[in-house]
Design a protein around this ligand. Sequence first.
Ligand code: FES
Ligand SMILES: [Fe+2]
Length: 333
Amino acid sequence: MFKDFANVWTPVALSEELTDRAPLGVRVAGTPVVLFRDKDGKASALLDQCPHRGVALSLGKIKNGCVECPFHGWQLNSAGQVCHVPWNPDAKLSTLRGVTIPVRELGGQVWIYTAPNATPPTEPEVHEALLRPGVRISGSRIEWKSHWTRVMENMLDWPHLPFVHRGTIGKAMVARSAGGRMDVAWEDRPWGAHTYIQIDGKREPGSLDFRWPNQMNLHIPIPGKLMIMLVACVPIDNERTTMLLTMARDFMTSRMFDWFFNRSNARIAAEDQAIVESSFPIEIPPPGEEKSVRTDGPTLMFRKRYFAELRRPQDETRRAPSGGPLLPVVGSA
Ligand code: FES
Ligand SMILES: [Fe+2]
């Protein structure tokens, strides 16, 4: 479960997506997860696989704060306990359980810890500004045909801004990109790193936080105002990534302005999409396998940590095999 993405906290949905009316199914690193709200409105997460015959619970309904399987109507509560089995009043309910996934709700997002039936050793962390009263958090989810590591590196990449985003967030750098020098600062933090840039020795406004393993917070400088663009790159499987695009702001906080911020966030992401999706190989290779320069510091830091802590070194199934065929060729002359 949670292949190459185990034992980490990740946001997987927006709080507002989770209702007490219908379960929400998400796939995280190949593992199906069902999210729902229990009787008290608390976010709940289970493996999206009914313990009876493996059906996706997310196709079912919510009844009395339990998720009801669409196949034979078994009901599971937020603790994974089966509390109702139709036609079988004599069923030993205490022996029937689903698989729980640790879940929290924080900063307008629903988080899971990628380990089944676990007690997480840490809690998810968000920028304190997201917890301030009066800060509006809105967002959307989009899907890219990319390995999440390529998407994450794109989020940590300063030098692409005047090329890919020459009309938006990189506009101010365009004129200086031809002959200028960029220096990228990377300051380690307990949750990841804080990074910012200097161009020709002068500090640029704005900064970027990397939150291990898969989140970026871009602090957009607006005098006297708070505006943070947050992106979580959530692996769906080896070839697809959900990007959870969230915007936190302390102005224009009415819900009616959400569409405006969500649209500008999605527009900036769209500028990157085709470029990042074209990356080959689809997953980032180890640090020495692509040519790098000084301004690639942040992506190299990510790359080293990914291979050290998440990627299972024995798993080479995603790489093109360097030797002969993986299976014997049957019927060849
Ligand atoms: S498969 Fe879920 S109740 Fe039978
Ligand atoms: Fe970009």
